[in-house]
Design a protein around this ligand. Structure first.
Ligand code: NAI
Length: 469
């Protein structure tokens, strides 16, 4: 017999489970269909586990480099298996928490793989191979994304790793090649380098983290270089083969076509992610996707088929958990009939958890320059910030970008310690259409890292305080 629901969410990641919680709160009889674990990539094999290991590696490095602060005894050791077990404990706790939240909001969960079979109908294949038909008024597709695979570099999670494999290694590789100097490659390459692995980043473009302004990326590259990381920009990976010693011999090629060879223990491939929109029955019900397979939606997360919505990575960039969650909330409001509900946020923060961290809201300088927008900026270096000195983290800066005429903040960029935390206030300022003057009028606690934002705002108003004009 078919199960009957008001709404079915396919996928229990940060998009899907948030959408389901809200749907439950709005009185919709809701079911989440999840084939693996609640929490999706973010909680199980993405954001949370990577940040746990990244943090642990930073603690290790800080202690090891503590001599300048009078902390001696740098003969530290790493028990990677224990570190990974600690990380697994965190993901276990959080995943369990989501189950509790769904239950508390009267949302049912069905473990299985969902496929659309017609308007308002799904077939769910359960783990034991049996199937269950579900009928519903609304369907939300929140199936996320998967690492792209380079032909010839099939993931065995032994020698060729994707991000999932890279977070489960229990013995530190002596050498690691990272294919792709994007967010994942730079974060995980950074982590391995801090733990002591010799890392080489192979990036096809002429610079790593090319989506950010170059001066935001420079402190990260410089610090990585100090750890011995090699950045082979303008290089593409061609093929690899196993050596007799069981290592990977990797052939890369520069932009002129000149090949070179690298011999490493493991290769991490991080060349982007593709949407999980295949084998979902989309073609059966006529849901439109773009050339890359991303589901096309409007500002209300509606697909071209009535009653079918899509949110998160499967609808496209930015592929970020917090974007997915926001879309999940909005989508639930749309389904519940809230007037005016739409995805109309002023900005979505972007964070890279390298050391130093990069965090931004709003457009890059190079984008504003290309569009001819008249701007004024204010910048403050952490080297001049008392709190940064007391924490021995003086690399980087905060920059505020404002509309030249009105002073309205268009964006904020931070590269430095705590950038991931500092960016929250910038997001609030942009969302509230604050001006640099508004921020400059605010009293900030002293001494804090957040004062970098105040100083950047003061500079943007033309009245810098702790720096000479
Ligand atoms: P990405 O799109 O950030 O970077 C991929 C990089 O690989 C690009 O720089 C590209 O030029 C390069 N590349 C492509 N093919 C190549 C080849 N054959 N050889 C060498 N280089 C090649 O993708 P990434 O790092 O896999 O991340 C996927 C998604 O996950 C991103 O969209 C990101 O938003 C998200 N993510 C976000 C995090 C965060 O918010 N902190 C952390 C990790 C991932």
């Amino acid at each position: 017999m078919a199960l009957q629901y008001d709404a079915v969410v396919i996928g229990g990641g940060p998009g899907g489970y948030v959408c389901a919680i809200r749907l439950g709160q709005f009185g919709q009889k809701t079911l989440v269909v999840e084939q693996a674990k609640l929490g999706g990539v973010c909680l199980n094999v993405g954001c949370i586990p990577s940040k746990a290991l990244i943090h642990a590696s930073k603690v290790y490095r800080k202690a090891k480099d503590g001599a300048a602060m009078g902390i001696l005894g740098q003969d530290l050791r790493i028990d990677l298996a224990k570190m990974v077990a600690w990380k697994d404990g965190i993901t276990g706790k959080l995943t369990g928490g989501i189950g509790g939240l769904l239950k508390g909001n009267k949302v049912d969960v069905l473990q299985g793989r969902g496929e659309l079979t017609g308007p308002g109908t799904l077939l769910v294949t359960l783990a034991d191979g049996t199937t269950q038909t579900v009928q519903t008024k609304s369907i939300v597709i929140a199936t996320g994304s998967t690492p792209i695979q380079i032909p010839g570099f099939e993931y065995d999670q032994e020698t060729i790793l994707n991000s999932t494999g890279a977070l489960a290694v229990t013995e530190l590789p002596a050498t690691l090649a990272v294919l792709g100097g994007g967010v994942i490659g730079m974060e995980l390459g950074d982590m391995y380098a801090r733990l002591g692995t010799q890392v080489t980043v192979v990036e096809a473009l002429d610079r790593v983290l090319a989506m950010f302004d170059p001066d935001l990326v420079r402190p990260v590259v410089q610090k990585q270089a100090k750890l011995g990381v090699k950045h082979m920009t303008g290089h593409k990976a061609l093929r690899w083969e196993k050596t007799v010693e069981g290592k990977a011999s990797l052939t890369v090629q520069d932009s002129k076509g000149t090949p070179s060879q690298l011999v490493v223990d493991k290769i991490l491939v991080a060349v982007g992610r593709r949407p999980n929109s295949r084998a979902l029955g989309l073609e059966k019900v006529g849901v439109a996707v773009d050339a890359k397979g991303f589901i096309l939606v409007d500002k209300q997360l509606r697909t071209n088929v009535a009653g079918i919505y899509a949110i998160g990575d499967v609808v496209g960039n930015p592929m970020l958990a917090h974007k997915a969650s926001k879309e999940g909330e909005v989508c639930a409001e749309v389904i519940a009939g809230h007037k005016g509900a739409a995805m109309d946020v002023a900005c979505i923060p972007n964070v890279v958890y390298t050391d130093p961290e990069i965090a931004t809201v709003g457009p890059m300088l190079f984008e504003l320059e290309a569009s001819g927008t008249k701007i004024r900026t204010g910048r403050f270096h952490f080297a001049a910030l008392g709190r940064a000195m007391t924490a021995n983290v003086t690399e980087g800066f905060a920059r505020m970008i404002c509309d030249d005429k009105t002073g309205v903040i268009l964006g904020v960029q931070v590269v430095g310690a705590e950038a991931s935390e500092l960016i929250a206030q910038a997001g609030l300022a942009v969302e509230m259409a604050a001006t640099a003057e508004d921020v400059a009028l605010t009293v900030f606690a002293h001494p804090t890292m957040a004062e970098a934002m105040l100083e950047a705002a003061l500079a943007a108003t033309g009245h810098p305080l702790h720096q000479v004009k």
